[in-house]
Write a protein that binds this ligand. Structure first.
Ligand code: BJW
Ligand code: ZN
Length: 256
């Protein structure tokens, strides 16, 4: 069976060539890689939650004014995640890490909070925006893995009774320093930077793409539509990541 690439096979071969010539690879993923698992993206046609834009429910201000609304949003998303599993795009990235690149030469940087890369088996993984399966206390800052079980309307800390919040980076909040530093380092060191399923509009994550380009890396984009990364990419593979990533891995394996 042949996958359909909008511009034929040429971009796929060019991307494969960049990867064959690369020692270090860094990959930045966004919501698009989980779309084929059934997780809605943020800025698509269905990007609203009960009429709210993400910017209205994913801020510390929203949590301060209406923590019940914000917790309802996250509890609903956590429940929906129980029904989803990693797709062939997630699995192809695991194969790139474990079968094609050396373990220390591959870094997966994700903006996603759904935990699907970890579930798929990715090892060197940097979660820039946190993880929806974790909470932290607004008072004592304790962090806790809670999985996807339904939490109370307003869950509280078992140590200090403080209000718990999702361990996620909301708008106007800083990214965790250690994770960000590792992501910036992997970006500076890589030969190829691959951008998968992100609109590339949210900073500082999107800034990594520009930093990679400035540092001289080849940039490969995989997306079903144009994004803010398209004009700086050296090659764009237009199509669903669940088909394109496995096709790319197959091509690299054939050549090996
Ligand atoms: C497929 C596909 C398939 C679909 N295959 N592809 C003006 C200019 C610049 C910056 C700012 C500004 N005003 C404000 C800011 C800062 C702000 C920001 O960037 N805003 C922009 C929106 C303008 N950034 C922040 O606030 C950040 N913090 C910060 O700057 O702090 C400063 C600070 C420093 C020191 C101290 C204190 C503060 C934090 C940003 C955190 C973002 N968090 C979110 C919410 C997480 C909560 C949650 O999940 O509930 O993270 S926002 C949301 O967007 C989420 C995502 O990770 C992130 C990125 O979205 P993504 O992944 O790109 O998804 P989409 O939907 O946009 O795109 C999907 C793509 O997939 C599309 O391109 C599709 O075509 C494609 N696709 N199916 C392949 N099958
Ligand atoms: Zn506490």
């Amino acid at each position: 069976m042949h996958e359909r690439f909008d511009d034929g096979e040429r971009p796929l071969e060019q991307a494969a060539m960049f990867l064959r010539n690369a020692r270090r690879l860094a990959v930045l993923t966004g919501a698009g890689i989980s779309a084929e698992s059934g997780v809605p993206t943020f800025r698509g046609a269905d990007g609203l939650w009960e009429g709210h834009r993400i910017e209205e429910v994913a801020t510390p201000e929203a949590f301060q004014h209406n923590p019940k609304l914000v917790w309802r949003f996250y509890n609903q998303r956590r429940t929906n995640l129980k029904k989803v599993a990693p797709n062939p795009g997630h699995l192809a990235l695991v194969e790139l890490e474990t079968a094609i690149f050396q373990p220390d030469d591959f870094t997966l940087i994700t903006q996603n909070v759904d935990g699907l890369h970890r579930e798929a088996g990715s090892r060197r993984l940097l979660e820039l925006h946190g993880n929806i399966r974790r909470v932290r206390c607004t008072q004592c800052h304790d962090r806790l893995e809670v999985g996807l079980e339904q939490l109370a309307e307003l869950p509280s800390c078992s140590k200090c009774r403080g209000l718990l919040r999702p361990d996620i980076v909301w708008f106007h909040e800083a990214l965790p320093d250690d994770v960000w530093e590792e992501a910036a380092l992997a970006t500076a060191m890589c030969d190829v930077f691959m951008v998968v399923g992100t609109s590339a509009v949210v900073y500082p994550a999107a800034g990594l793409i520009h930093a990679a380009k400035r540092a001289g890396s080849k940039v490969i984009e995989i997306n079903i539509a144009r994004s803010d990364a398209t004009d700086i990419a050296d090659v764009c593979l237009l199509g669903p990541s669940g088909a394109i990533l496995p096709a790319l891995v197959r091509r690299l394996r054939e050549a090996a």
